[in-house]
Design a protein around this ligand. Structure first.
Ligand SMILES: Nc1ncnc2c1ncn2[C@@H]1O[C@H](COP(=O)(O)OP(=O)(O)OP(=O)(O)O)[C@@H](O)[C@H]1O
Ligand SMILES: [Mg+2]
Length: 282
């Protein structure tokens, strides 16, 4: 559905993307995971056709570049900097963007009601957006991206600045988009989110894709060892291994085991091993 091939993009002297290659298939949620400045928004900008790559190509639905209007209408984007009209209500915003896509009035009415409900804004739909909280604006930003029922959805940090409850609602909605068969690219610097909802993760750092794969694949290829710790009256024993099951079985068979702790590597460990830095510190 979306293919990005060897894209380079600089802003003056800053090389934001240095050969990014990515694919997102129908029904797939691809998380772009990387720290501040990694190139996530630039990748999204290139994928939406807002930014022209210096070299490389972007193709949508196997038909062409998103810089073509007829291709771009299959794309929905929720930008990192919220793009909504503050003096309009949520309902009016959705209607405005829906009319831009020339949706028939009856279709637009249905989608407006459905999306307001899915992002939990029905009860405030008539209030001007300037009175909304940051999290409410973020949810409206997401609904606008979906108004024309696009096949490819690009979400740039869609949970930034929202409370845990709204975050859960957004993550659930994103998962549903994947289940409905849309191709979803989801940028975040929260590895928990990438781990929770994505089918595949692309780890981005300094404008390069360091690795791509399912979370489990990335963890087994780059995560390092699992630590298994056994507490007994005699003390604590720790084993580091790539294959913890035999170790666990052995420990379970020992008499007088008080507790066993298993510490599996996560995407943080993958990032650390690939870049030498911690995702959290950046
Ligand atoms: N309009 C611009 N002009 C100049 N440099 C830019 C511009 N936009 C981005 N950059 C630079 O390009 C690099 C990649 O930025 P980008 O916004 O794509 O990263 P990001 O991964 O989205 O970061 P964040 O997590 O902070 O949103 C950074 O070094 C950034 O400073
Ligand atoms: Mg960004």
């Amino acid at each position: 559905m979306l293919t990005i091939r060897d894209v380079h993009k600089s802003y003056g002297d800053v090389q934001a993307l240095r050969g990014v290659t990515l694919e997102c298939a129908r029904g797939e949620i691809l998380a772009l995971l990387g720290p501040n400045g990694a190139g996530k928004s630039t990748t999204v900008g290139v994928a939406t056709g807002l930014l022209a790559p210096d070299s490389g190509s972007v193709e949508l639905l196997g038909v062409g570049s998103p810089r073509l209007a007829r291709v771009r209408r299959h794309l929905g984007v929720a930008p990192q900097s919220i793009a909504v009209y503050e003096d309009l209500s949520a309902a009016e915003n959705l209607r405005f963007f829906g009319r831009m896509y020339r949706l028939p009035a009856s279709v637009l009415r249905d989608r407006e009601a459905m999306l307001l409900d899915r992002v939990g804004l029905t009860h405030r739909a008539g209030d001007p957006v300037q009175h909304y909280s940051g999290g409410m604006k973020r949810r409206l930003n997401l609904a606008i991206a979906l108004i024309h029922d696009p096949e490819v959805v690009l979400l740039d940090e869609p949970t930034a600045g929202v409370d845990p409850q709204s975050r859960n609602a957004i993550l659930e909605l994103v998962r549903e988009l994947g289940d409905e068969g849309k191709a979803v690219v989801y940028s975040t610097h929260y590895m928990e989110e990438a781990q929770r909802i994505s089918d595949r993760v692309a780890i981005l750092d300094h404008g390069r894709v360091m690795a791509t794969g399912a979370v489990d694949e990335l963890i087994s290829a780059h995560g390092g060892d699992t630590r298994v710790r056994r507490d007994s009256p005699a003390g604590t024993e720790t084993v580091q291994t790539k294959d913890p099951l035999p170790t666990l079985a052995g420990m379970l068979a020992e008499p007088e085991t008080l507790a066993i702790h298993v510490d599996r590597p996560d995407l943080e460990a993958v990032f650390l091993n690939l870049t030498g830095r911690s995702l959290r510190d950046t």
